[in-house]
Structures are given as C-alpha cells and as structure tokens.
Design a protein. Structure first.
Length: 255
C-alpha cells in the first residue's frame, strides 16, 4: 500500500531500530493531547515486530512515518488495535487511515473470530473505525482482562475511569463484531432462511442503541461527553461534590 511515496506494510524484525523513536513519539503525542495511552517500552514494540503483530509506515527513503500493533486479550476472544501513532510531519496525509486499514486486515487474518476493539479520544480515529465497521459500545462490552485495564494506569484520565467503576471515561469504546458483520451481510441477501431472519432481528435489536451513521451528531455528543466528565472531575477535585445532572442524558445517549 502506497500513499505519496509512503509504504504501509507488516513490520518485521528488521524494523526494530525504529522502536525507540516510536515509543518516544507515542509519549510526546499523549502529552500534547492532554490524554494518555498505555506506555510501552521499545522492547515491547520490538516483540510485536518479532511476532508479526504490527504494521509500520515508512517513506521509500526509509524515514519512519507511523505505526500500530495488535494485542490479544481474554484467550483471543478480543483483539485491540493499539498504539496508533503518526510522525508529526506526516499527519493529515491520510496515512493514519492506511495504517488502520492494514492493521484491521491483519487482525482479521490472525484472529478471524475475535472481536476487535479500540479506545480513543481522537475523533479522526473514531471516523476511521466507523468506516471499517466498528460501532460505539459500552465499556462492559470490552474485555474483562485485568492486564488490559492495568494499561490505563499511565493515562492522565485514570482517575475518571476508576471514579466511574470502569464503565465510562474520556475515551470512546468502539467494537467490530465479526458475527454481527456476517449477520448483516447475510440479512442483505435476497433469499433469507429462518435462521438468517433471526440473525437479522438480533442485529437490529442490538443496533437500536448503537451508532446510527450520523457521524456529525456522534462527534457533538463525544465532545459533550468529554466536557461533562472533565467538569465532573474538576468539581470533585474542588469545592463541589457529586456529578452534573447532565450525566443522565449522557448515559441515555451512549449506553
């Protein structure tokens, strides 16, 4: 895959010399956004390259452009596409979309029956996920693996996550369910067996509380959610106590 002399491909052991650059950029990017991601060491990134569970973007001259990797949780029931990072000079070039597509394809190849999920505060990433077939979900629909949630400890918003008993935070959870995707395709076929009709019915019932495809509306609600959560945290850290009443509206929309 190429994008203006940028190649997006499977990362290999030969790419290990980029590991330190990748981890440093992850940390700097999180600081600049005022949010956090699970900190990873260069050794951890190198391990993902050795395992064939990472995608890297480079220019044809060999300059590092971007990166993303796969993590499997709960006995491979869930897969996370994590650590998406693009070097600042190459942002807004469309390479993030190419990386996300490539890592999504790799995840489907390695874990065809696993649910693929992500947590992000970035609206651009949410839009890419939506285009790939992800849907916003509650945190309760993500992995229960404690090792995954331990990774949130390095995030500046960890206090919010814990105050909500891990049911909500600044990040939006998005999930691709291969079973639902298959049911949706089958339901669209001209001839439907009773089994397919049942699958279609289940699909419709689930989607009543999920993303309707209006991303502009979704974007406004994400910003509102983040505003409410931050205000709640500031109140609790200051003189106020309790949460804004608007949280009940938020819960109705998202969950």
């Amino acid at each position: 895959m190429e994008n203006n002399n940028i190649i997006v491909r499977l990362a290999t052991a030969d790419d290990k010399h980029y590991a330190t650059t990748i981890t440093l950029e992850m940390e700097e990017s999180a600081k600049a956004r005022g949010t956090g991601i699970a900190k990873r060491s260069p050794e951890y990134i190198e391990k993902k390259m050795d395992e064939g569970k990472a995608v890297i973007a480079l220019t044809t001259e060999g300059t590092w452009v971007g990166f993303c990797y796969i993590e499997a949780w709960q006995h491979d029931k869930y897969v996370a596409n994590s650590g998406l990072i693009v070097s600042p000079p190459f942002r807004k070039s469309g390479v993030a979309t190419d990386i996300k597509r490539k890592i999504f394809e790799l995840s489907r190849q390695k874990y065809p029956e696993s649910k693929i999920f992500g947590l992000t505060t970035g609206l651009a990433v949410m839009k890419i996920n939506s285009d790939l077939g992800y849907e916003p979900v509650t945190y309760s629909e993500l992995t229960t693996d404690e090792e995954f949630w331990k990774g949130c400890r390095s995030c500046v918003n960890f206090e919010i996550l814990m105050s909500k008993n891990r049911t909500n935070c600044m990040c939006t959870a998005m999930l691709f369910d291969p079973a639902e995707a298959t049911a949706k395709v089958q339901a669209a076929q001209p001839v439907k067996s009773q089994t397919l009709v049942t699958a279609e019915g289940k699909l419709k019932r689930k989607r009543k509380r999920r993303f309707k495809g209006n991303f502009k509306l979704f974007e406004r609600w994400v910003k509102f959610k983040q505003f409410v959560l931050l205000r709640s945290r500031n109140k609790n850290n200051g003189s106020g106590n309790g949460e804004p009443k608007k949280n009940s509206i938020l819960s109705f929309f998202f969950w």
